[in-house]
Design a protein around this ligand. Structure first.
Ligand code: AMP
Length: 448
């Protein structure tokens, strides 16, 4: 693959590194991921959603049938390969098709409807990597499956909005809303759209020339300037919406008004995937528009049938976590860091080490975040290390302290130290750190 510079180097000389567009999540960024996951879990749980995880690898049909062969994702962006049994498999490029496959496979229609699910997972698209566009990226998303009502669409949009609000970035995005109609009203529109473009093909980009044959609706949301100019002039879908779709859209807007959610009616939102019908929406950057959208979704009532199941309505959305993090950083939203260390344990001699190991366990069990210098090293070197960890207190144990049954507590900012009997040390540290600052972990009570 020539676009990856590492591929052109001799394998022996090649420095080992991650593939282009597929990144490590380093500890500092994990604080954002942890925070975002917590917000998503919290908001979803409050609304009665339950978590689902579908496999990272699915049979390729799941996406080909679900997303549609005429889409950019299926056409160009899937990581598809044959497994050792010669079956075509694909790293999942998006969440909904897998969730619907799972809903059908596990007979979830027997559960009370609608079934409300959420996911937080990595996805893979062989996209051209650039800022905000990667080959592995994380999305969270929700799906409401089994019922159709504009109130459900409103609830999904509201949930997405509230999550953005909790993350401190809701004001950066506008909700762009459209209704792309059902099979009935869309057929005539597609025909007229294609007719409009006939004779103008040469003004379109090469992707749009392709789309004109395979997926004409996508011509409306191309980002290229010439294509946008034509899209402005193209027939508008609004005039083609059947009365049912018109009514559905009007009701959705009433419900959003009732919820106090602002939106922009935008007839050019079509979304990239074939499975959408009716409601579609995107969260656009108020300055950069679609370029930096953080998420979107819509209704996919025909998807279950495309996948061989009974007709089953559904609505959902997905948002990209990397882009959310970039926006949180841009807005200077700080997330709590829980990785700070409370106590450093320094020791000299094997006897002290023997005492320190169980002591460190006791401290940790009590919620005190503790690290120790268990390798060899002079006391001076260990204290230097303690400084690097930026701990407020260090506990010191040497041969004398073991003999006397005490631990020395060193206040790192004042440089003062004092002995404390070993049996009292845990509670003494709790007093110093403060009960409210402990990292308490409770596995909860299992019910047998
Ligand atoms: P989509 O499934 O294409 O509607 O994407 C939903 C959201 O996922 C987008 O608005 C982005 O925030 C994010 N996203 C999609 N593709 C990528 C990518 N290649 N890299 C990073 N984020 C992405």
């Amino acid at each position: 693959m020539a676009d990856d510079p590492t591929d052109q180097q001799e394998p022996k000389l090649r420095k080992l590194q991650n593939p282009t567009g597929i990144h490590d999540i380093l500890p500092d960024d994990h604080e954002y991921y942890t925070f975002i996951k917590k917000v998503v879990r919290h908001r979803c749980r409050q609304a009665g959603f339950r978590r689902i995880t579908t496999p990272i690898l699915e049979f390729t049909d799941v996406f080909e049938r679900g997303i549609g062969g005429a889409t950019d994702i299926v056409d160009k962006e899937m990581y598809t390969f044959l497994d050792k049994g010669d079956r075509s498999v694909t790293l999942k490029p998006e969440g909904t098709a897998g969730v619907i496959r799972s809903y059908l496979q596990h007979g979830m229609k027997e559960l009370p409807q609608p079934v409300e699910l959420y996911y937080i997972e990595p996805h893979f698209r062989y996209d051209r990597p650039q800022k905000g566009r990667y080959r592995q990226f994380w999305q969270f998303g929700v799906e409401v499956i089994g019922e159709k009502d504009p109130a459900l669409d409103a609830q999904v949009i509201d949930l997405a909005y509230r999550i953005n609000e909790d993350l401190g970035i809701a004001h950066l995005f506008s909700i762009q809303l459209n209704n792309i109609g059902c099979g009935k009203c869309r057929t005539k529109y597609k025909e007229d759209l294609v007719n409009f473009y006939i004779g103008k093909e040469r003004s379109l980009c090469s992707d749009c020339q392709n789309r004109l044959e395979k997926n004409p609706l996508r011509l409306l949301d191309c980002k290229k300037e010439d294509c946008q100019i034509l899209a402005e002039l193209a027939p508008k879908f609004e005039q083609y919406r059947c009365p049912e779709c018109q009514d559905f859209h009007a009701k959705l807007k009433e419900f959003l008004d009732e919820l106090g959610i602002k939106y922009v009616d935008n007839p050019r939102i079509v979304r990239g995937l074939d499975y959408y019908v009716g409601t579609v929406f995107e969260f656009w950057d108020t300055n950069q528009g679609a370029q930096n959208a953080i998420g979107g979704g819509g209704r996919y009532d025909g998807l279950a049938e495309l996948m061989g199941g009974q007709p089953t309505p559904g609505v959902g959305f997905a948002a990209g976590i990397e882009r959310i993090i970039a926006n949180m950083k841009r807005e200077n939203v700080k997330v709590p860091s829980k990785d700070d260390i409370h106590i450093f344990v320094a020791q000299l001699g094997d006897d002290a080490k023997k005492k320190c190991l169980p002591l460190m366990n006791k401290l940790r069990d009590r919620g005190i975040k503790t690290v120790g210098a268990l390798g060899k090293g002079s006391m001076k070197a260990q204290l230097r290390l303690a400084d690097k960890f930026n701990v407020p207190y260090t506990l010191i144990m040497g041969i004398t302290e073991v003999r006397e049954g005490v631990v020395i507590v060193r206040d790192m900012s004042k440089g003062q130290q004092r002995p404390v009997p070993i049996e009292e040390i845990v509670e003494e540290v709790v007093k110093l750190i403060g009960e409210e600052n402990l990292d308490k972990y409770s596995p909860g009570e299992a019910i047998y």
